[in-house]
Design a protein around this ligand. Structure first.
Ligand SMILES: Cc1cc2nc3c(=O)[nH]c(=O)nc-3n(C[C@H](O)[C@H](O)[C@H](O)COP(=O)(O)OP(=O)(O)OC[C@H]3O[C@@H](n4cnc5c(N)ncnc54)[C@H](O)[C@@H]3O)c2cc1C
Length: 416
């Protein structure tokens, strides 16, 4: 059913009994043209665009748990396109453009809120780096403003401006950046894909690949074998494990990232603010909770849970930026497993195995990429050619040296 003001009124007047399930709980069929492994935002968006943009009707998304149970439902919901490097900027700006039309396209309130993303700088050198990034963005037609200290004081008077160690000198603002409700994005893509005939098969874990003459021809799952013309992997933190089942070794490490939500407060933080002298970012949800996070754990892990030392580290960053945080109670926190690539940029590419396609390496920035990732992965799978804005996200760049090291920190996943 379509969602509209009229359907809201009609259901309000009839005891809310007219709503139908947003998507079918599909049974797996023996064969599909394309099977997407992973029912996160990227997998569902890929399936949706395969059906909508490329006319494919025999598509399934297989998910080991419930859709959105991975990072799609665990992130801090920040969306932005404030990148420096040419390989990244066009892609993330395309994602931002898709966010701007997403709710109309999917007929779903995903609470996309362009409330602004502000990166603070604390030294002259950092200001120069941000000015360079802002200029690169503007050359790509993306909005960017360099604010000075007085402008930031007017926006966020309660930040610790005069901290002797981390004085706030200004910030780079992208007003079109902001937040979107993460699970609503998953549900929106699931519903829209389902309406185009995509089968969403939950509680269906992929345990291996069927092979014929070296190519993949299907997946072995906990609900039986499913044959497929093509298979796309979009399993985020499980990428290296899944690729391992196909004897592929990826340039990816898995690390845990935690997120935190405080008790509900009156409105105090209008947009997204990131601390430039440590790793800490914060925004406020529409319910009033402060949503914040920081660094990944230093060691590799597939465990979807956080630990105390990182909680302490994140809270220290928060206190250095905003001492008032010390009086706020944290209500919830959780962890997600990040697919950290060696240069901090993603991979949307064919693999050396015929029929097997890879979408991975999103580090902790893949939520904002969800629409463009799905769009470009669908393009790659349907046409066997990379989409122009994702051309740089090749798997072989780690061999050819064409890295996209946005932060210039080298092969150090914890620094990306
Ligand atoms: C705490 C935290 C904060 C973050 N903050 C931000 C942010 O503010 N902004 C931003 O842009 N990004 C952020 N991210 C990153 C972002 O969430 C991810 O990069 C993005 O969600 C990854 O793509 P996805 O949604 O498809 O992944 P997921 O939702 O993880 O989807 C992958 C799916 O694959 C499934 N799967 C795994 N193995 C199998 C198997 N064998 N068979 C079948 N299914 C399988 C999983 O169950 C999962 O549902 C954050 C992540 C975390 C954890």
């Amino acid at each position: 059913m379509g969602y509209s003001v009229l359907s809201l009124i009609a259901n309000a007047l009839t005891g809310q009994r007219g709503w139908t399930p947003a998507w079918r709980d599909a049974e797996p069929k023996p064969f599909y043209d394309v099977v997407i492994v992973g029912g996160g935002g990227h997998g569902l968006a890929t399936a949706y665009y395969l059906a909508k943009e490329h006319g494919l009707r025999h598509v399934a998304v297989v998910e080991k748990g419930w859709i959105g149970s991975g990072n799609a439902g665990r992130n801090t919901t920040i969306i932005r396109s404030n990148y420096l490097l040419p390989g990244n900027e066009a892609f993330y700006e395309w994602s931002m453009k898709l966010w701007e039309g997403l709710e109309q396209d999917l007929n779903y309130n995903a609470m996309v809120s362009q409330r602004g993303v502000l990166n603070l700088y604390h030294s002259d050198a950092q200001r120069d780096a941000y000015a360079r990034r802002g200029n690169a963005m503007r050359l790509h037609g993306v909005d960017a403003e360099l604010l000075d200290e007085a402008q930031i004081r007017r926006l966020y008077p309660f930040l610790d401006f005069d901290n002797a160690r981390f004085p706030i000198k200004g910030g780079l603002l992208q007003r079109r950046g902001g937040t979107a409700r993460h699970d609503a994005v998953v549900w929106a893509y699931a519903r829209a894909a389902d309406r185009l005939g995509v089968d969403i098969v939950q509680n269906c874990e992929v345990k291996g690949f069927l092979r014929e003459n070296g190519a993949v021809s299907g997946v072995e799952t906990t609900r039986g074998a499913i044959k497929a013309g093509k298979i796309g992997l979009a399993v985020a933190g499980a990428s290296s494990r899944l690729a391992g089942l196909a004897d592929l070794k990826l340039p990816i490490e898995s690390h845990v990232l935690q997120a935190f939500v405080s008790e509900g407060l009156k409105p105090m933080i209008a947009g997204v603010v990131t601390f430039g002298a440590g790793h800490f970012y914060i925004s406020q949800s529409d319910k009033g909770g402060l949503v914040f996070g920081g660094d990944i754990d230093g060691y590799n892990s597939y465990a979807q849970r956080g630990n105390l030392p990182t909680i302490e580290d994140v809270c220290e960053g928060g206190m250095a930026l905003m001492p008032a945080l010390g009086r706020v109670r944290v209500l919830r926190h959780w962890g997600g497993v990040m697919d950290m690539s060696m240069d901090g940029s993603p991979i949307i590419d064919r693999t050396p195995i015929a029929g097997l396609y890879l979408n991975a390496g999103w580090c902790y920035g893949g939520f904002k990429a969800t629409p463009a990732s799905g769009w470009c992965f669908a393009h790659l799978i349907a046409r066997d050619a990379p989409h122009p804005v994702a051309r740089a996200f090749r798997l072989d760049r780690f061999a050819t040296g064409r890295l996209i090291d946005e932060k210039g920190v080298g092969a150090q996943p914890n620094l990306h």
